[in-house]
Write a protein of this length. Sequence first.
Length: 412
Amino acid sequence: MSPFRKTLLLAAFGFVASCQGCLGCKSPVDANGSQLNSSCQAVQPSLQAQKLDILFVIDNSNSMAEEQAGVARELTAFVDEIRKGGGVSTDFRIGVITTSVYQHTLINGVEYYKEFPQQSGRLQAVPEPSADGGVILGTGTERVLSGEDPDLVAKFARLVQQGTSGSGQETPFEAVRLALLEQTKTPLEQGGNGGFLRDGARLLVVVLTDEDDCSEPTRPPKVHVGDNPSVDDCHEQGNSLGTVTEYNRLFTQELKDSSGNSKEVVWTAIAPVGRGDTKPAMAVLDGMQVRNIDCPTSNEPGIRHRQMAEMFFSSLINLDSICKDSYRDTLTNIAGLANISQVVSVANMPDPRMIQVSITRRDGNVQTCTLGNGLDKFEAGTGGEAGRLFFGASCKRRSDDKILDIRLLCAT
């Protein structure tokens, strides 16, 4: 090839490579539907704080003083872990209800029935401290704690100490149903729970109890309990209880935000299951008390608790034993579960094809992900709201991530 012809070909190639929109060549800026800015001075997308509503469900029957105190001692570790957020700031708040809704007893052939209208799923007020270091139940007015409160841990520690004068027929599933689907119909300022659940917030439920669930939605309840500790009344009459499947359906399908979208629920429990494998193996100890064989301080094996936990996480990572000596690791693990949503809110998102996410892992390594390469999809927000970015299997967020950074790969 002559030097002259070679020069012409190179010039033509340079012209085609530099043009935009000519000879079939098109810039991403000009693509149909593109929201790309042609300048690298474009406003960068920004991560929004992840919203988290936390509901503790505290067993306040007469055997729970030690367990309530055990949780109160470890709340600093729980709150610290929540604040880590897996590299994303967390906007969280906390409420507490009890397991007391009703008590239906049959003793010596005599039937008794009592309801607990001031509990029954109602968010409880933070009690004032007593001179001996305890709490004065029935005092206080604050029912929702903010994660930004400088006195959060002290108030939270008092709030989980709900005393031991509640129902001996523990019904945490029914209490949660009332708290989230009934009491929310009445505003907080009028004594209900309305306003506790926020749009766009995940919901973390933490159940603390040493007996199995004995819930049913009917009043008066069909199931009754007696005073014979060698009889597991709730399990023997289990066909009359509300099914675990139906309660799970209510929490995962009927619980919706103002736009009709189902809430993302993380269900966890510290319950009467084995300390080693979380199995609720039934046994009668000393011929007197029905207990879990590997959880001697419990009063019944947590069969229904295990069923509910497994419906949320098949690995049962969300279930631990009430019989552990310390709840520190348990509460830290629970907080970690709440921090690893695979969906984050992003404002100022342009064409999502040009987004790049960098995740700094615990060991300092940085993983870079883009749409189609670790990121599954992006849903644009409406009415000026932030959009939602979904992480895929190859780019999953972890609770111990240090930094999550989002940048726009702009066109020039």
